[in-house]
Design a protein. Sequence first.
Length: 257
Amino acid sequence: MLRELYRALLDVLFPSFCGVCGSFLFLEHRAVACKECWEREFKRYEGKKCRVCGHPLELLPGSKELCLRCLKEKRKFAFDGVFYYTLYEGLPEVAIRELKFEKYRLVAYEIGREIASNLKGVISRVGANLVVPVPLHRSTLKERGFNQSEEILKGARVPFSPLLEKPFKGEKQSTADFLKRRENVKGLFRVRNAAELIGKTVLLFDDVFTTGATADEISRLLKKSGAEKVFVYTVAYTPLKLLTKEKAGNLVGFGKG
Ligand SMILES: [Zn+2]
Ligand SMILES: [Zn+2]
């Protein structure tokens, strides 16, 4: 009751508006959007996905469950599969930006609630023993005050194991080029307790999938440290057509932070 009053007071003192329809947000709303807009716009991607990189096939058609790039370049990654809830555009993009760059922490819990049942379904489908969030470098953590991936998992009420650390910061990812990004992220991460990984199936969790360079690097590290299988789950996936230079450089989870 007190919390509701407090929230109502905050709404009056600091009015905010729905990121989609612009209506005044009062009481019943989901962080950055009104309830109706959130439910309409934060939608699950339910189409077909490339079985190697997870790219939505309707946006990059190929054949035999492979996208054009994986087909042509015979791409291989260290992870065994990619899952995600939605595409990185519209409201999900606004919400994740607010969370990370405006440090609006409550957004994490709304996202967590949104993806919870899908995420739990994936965990049981792949038989994951551990959910491991992508870590932030301590300077990013200090600046932001929290690791958005961990906060989202808390919102989803999914237990996780922070088995990774990121002792090195790396260069800013200002290119969408997978090979360059892979070069940039090489050696940035470390496993804290390899003994816990032996023989395990890991679900690596992050907010956004961009080129897959970071996910690939971490998956390789996890396997080298004893993990049997590594699957990737992100809230949002950035399709190639949306992967502008700005997004690649400034926003996106896998790569930044
Ligand atoms: Zn709205
Ligand atoms: Zn692919």
